[in-house]
Write a protein that binds this ligand. Structure first.
Ligand SMILES: [Zn+2]
Ligand SMILES: [Zn+2]
Length: 326
């Protein structure tokens, strides 16, 4: 099919400024008897070629900013970046920048939805402003929307294509109104690990600790909902016999502080927890020579403070048990 400019715009659902960028970047244009025309198939191939780098991105992989802006042909900064060249909108959800964080939830069908906050740093956000508008209208236009999420600074995890799955809505974010865009994933893949969300939470705890009592109260009092996210997690398959053995071996007393268990469990046994002196997550083994029984508070202490002297003490304790059983 041979089209003029207007028809090309209609066919690809692009505006005049996008076509201008395409012309600048060498979209194939023919002319006959001084009349300019476009061959739709050739234009399509040309656009595919511009987008080929995008198709090669891998969901779940980390990309740096330079690669992203080169691949999409978008600006090197901003949370919402429009590329007219590839006719895409690239969104960044950065979980490292504090407590005004995009939340996720799981809908009734089990799909993960990201509640993406629009652009505009000060005052009320406007849904018709710049890329908010682009995103708002993205289901009617041909603009493809892509998402990157960062849990660690400068490490952008590629989440693939996303689309608006519900009407954007306004949300009162402290002293102003922001727009929230519910985004669904075209290819849903669980790629965010539990470790990453923990790192994010630790950062946010640090941020929250810096707030004054009043600021903290103002933020905390408004929160009612709980977010949900699908994450990948590593589960250690521990052996019940090891944990049962070390608890019996401790005879109802914590191997670290020596105090009796704080209460009895449902079956009437002293409540102690099995702890691996050389942590399983650091390559420790699940054996009676690496495990002890701790009361809950000493157990938390080991994981929170991870003190060398406590570790040495527990290793000694295991040695004693071994010598006594000889
Ligand atoms: Zn203890
Ligand atoms: Zn432990």
């Amino acid at each position: 099919m041979l089209y003029n400019r207007k028809q090309v715009q209609e066919h690809f659902k692009i505006d005049t400024s996008t076509l201008r960028v395409w012309l600048d970047k060498g979209v194939p244009v023919e002319s006959e008897n001084g009349i300019e025309y476009f061959d739709v198939e050739t234009v399509k191939d040309w656009l595919e070629e511009r987008r080929s780098g995008i198709n090669n991105l891998e969901i779940g992989k980390i990309y740096d900013n330079k690669t992203i802006s080169e691949t999409f042909g978008c600006a090197p900064q901003g949370g919402m970046r429009r590329s007219k060249l590839t006719n895409t909108l690239v969104l960044f959800s950065d979980h490292t920048t504090g407590i005004y964080d995009d939340k996720t939830e799981i809908d009734d069908n089990g799909n993960e939805i990201l509640l993406y906050t629009g652009m505009g740093q000060t005052g009320d956000q406007d849904v018709n402003h710049m890329q908010n508008r682009t995103l708002n209208e993205s289901n009617e236009t041909n603009i493809e929307v892509y998402l990157f999420e960062a849990f660690v600074q400068r490490e952008h995890i590629y989440r693939g294509r996303v689309e608006l799955v519900a009407e954007p809505y306004q949300y009162e974010q402290f002293n102003r109104k922001v727009w929230i865009f519910p985004l669904g994933f075209l290819e849903e893949k669980t790629v965010v690990s539990e470790d990453l969300t923990k790192k994010r939470d630790e950062n946010q705890e640090k941020e929250a600790a810096k707030l004054s009592d009043k600021e903290l109260y103002d933020r905390a009092k408004k929160i009612k909902s709980v977010g949900q996210r699908k994450v990948t997690t590593k589960v250690y398959e521990r052996h019940t016999h090891v944990s049962e053995y070390v608890k019996r071996r401790a005879k109802g007393h914590c191997d670290l502080c020596g105090n009796p268990a704080p209460f009895n469990d449902r079956r009437g046994n002293p409540f102690l927890e099995c702890h691996h002196v050389h942590w399983l997550s650091r390559g420790g083994e699940d054996s009676i020579d690496n495990a002890v029984a701790l009361d809950p508070s000493c157990h938390r202490k080991m994981h929170e403070l991870d003190k060398k002297e406590d570790t040495v003490f527990l290793q000694q304790k295991i040695k004693q048990y071994k010598n006594n059983s000889k």
